[in-house]
Design a binder for this molecule. Sequence first.
Ligand code: ADP
Length: 640
Amino acid sequence: MTKQASDTSYKTDALIAEDIDAYLDQHQNKSLLRFITCGSVDDGKSTLIGRLLYDSKMIFEDQLAALESDSKKVGTQGQEIDFALLVDGLAAEREQGITIDVAYRFFATEKRKFIVADTPGHEQYTRNMVTGASTADCAVILVDARKGVLVQTRRHSYLAHLLGIKHLVLAVNKMDLVDYDQQVFDDIVADYAAFAKEIGIEAFTPIPISGFKGDNITAAPSENTQWYEGPALIEHLETIEIANVAAQEKPFRMAVQWVNRPNLDFRGFSGLIGSGTVKPGDTVRIVPSGKTSTVKSIVTFDGELDEAVAGQSVTLTLEDEVDCSRGDVISASDNPPEASDQFEATIVWMDEEALKPGRGYWLKLASQMVTATVQEPKYEINVNSMEHLAAKTLGLNAIGVAEVHTEKPVTFEAYADNRALGGFILIDKITNATVGAGMLHFSLRRAQNVHWQATTITRDDHAGMKNQKPRVLWFTGLSGSGKSTIANAVEQRLNLMNRHTFLLDGDNVRHGLNKDLGFTEADRIENIRRVGEVAKLMTDAGLIVLTAFISPFRAERDMVRAMIDDCEFIEIFVDTPLDVAEQRDVKGLYKKARSGELKNFTGIDSPYEAPEAPEIRVNTVEMTVEEAADHIIQHILPLK
Ligand code: ADP
């Protein structure tokens, strides 16, 4: 251990012994720096992390948590343990936990608390690195002095830069193995500088270290690198400006997480301040409604505040009874963020199942949650060479740029300006798994410039003229299950009842509106989206629409359901077992699919996801066409 580190521990020990309250207070008021280490075990990552924990006054996770929750009971300090054992332990843990997202480790020095996100270095763990990096203020990029800048060094740097990490440290490790040769260090720095400039990294801090021997970790220069004039790694980490501090300079924004209303006299809006500062008396604007009010008080667990800043979680009360709910953003009144429903974004795909362009996913941005679709990527980025490649989708760990469309406008800022309002995740609607993370670049102006044309004659007027309630009867089922046949019988009955109907049939639509689409998953999704939009327009015209499309994916049927007024959408599952449909083989398609002549055929080599809770289910083995049609009519009565 270096001299400075042992002095530090001595002082801390003395303080703990003499005045535990003072010690805890000191801890409470320390700033917290989050950083990420990038590199593989071979670069000496575990050794470096072990060294940081060992040379700083190490504090174990539970103790830090206890300190943070202001427990005065903690009297012990981090145990002294053997350095080699510690490193072995970290490496073993890392190996076992390699599929776990990210290992977070805590330590503290006299000046600061640290959380280091330790992520695996290989390309197949890109998503883990993204998770760890998304909240980091700094990235320590490890390079083995014997190997220099490698492909993975570039990948890690690129990702860190992409995720908006402002401070990069190039830790040239294992200097002991190159005899602390300045030339080796200088060459690596020059090499890295050239690359960094290429991808837009403006500055980085190079430090020659040995994680194993402890050179330039806590104090610099070490005896072995007298030629080095910069700071030691921990010294540098102690001085980096924390993103929250930088964010205080920006306009005020707080996404409302929940509305607090314990009684009629109190109504508070709680959330994390993403940027800026706020004081009682400030005029604020609620986005998207645009309503303004004045901040009455800032309430926290420890009482009211005169001022709150970025990074703090607070509850605001306002002078006026304005509408404001979860997902809204309270912002500086003279500088509110925009709202839009079409964006360009960089997306990191995190799921085994590739992105399905056009499919509806949940998009979560701050506290806003909306349905979103991602278009076919403009390009994918090769994370090793930074080349742009053509891509139709994004697979696990792929990074690409694509347009994102949301069902409702979301309040946002460019990720580069505000991570809290520019970063989002995509969630699969069925499995609830996080499948992607994204960074918004900018709004595609179209959404703001194309306004909804308010018309004088409304959909109710149209429906009123027909004396009927518009509906969409959405038939879904395998090919040959009987969708068209039954829909046709239902339409005949409605016609006899003087109802104005329209039957949209899969085969027919594919001859016209959708003749540009094939049968890949992406095309099937787009096929259904367009049919959904047409059905919606027809309900606006007051019609009862019947659709007969296999519509094999639950997510797309739900997307259409979401487009149409809830009580107007009736999902009818034509439940015919595959063997029965295949026996009927009205169009001879099953035969072709079985012989391999026809690819992507539902039920054979493309899945059919049966509805879980359809409004109506008809089993064509048990019911005749006539019975099925009568059953459906019974269900949708009355028609007005
Ligand atoms: P889809 O539109 O689902 O592809 P079709 O309606 O074109 O299916 O074909 C279904 C075939 O099954 C028709 O030839 C129909 O006469 C026959 N069929 C036999 N029994 C039934 C039933 N109970 N309900 C619907 N169709 C049936």
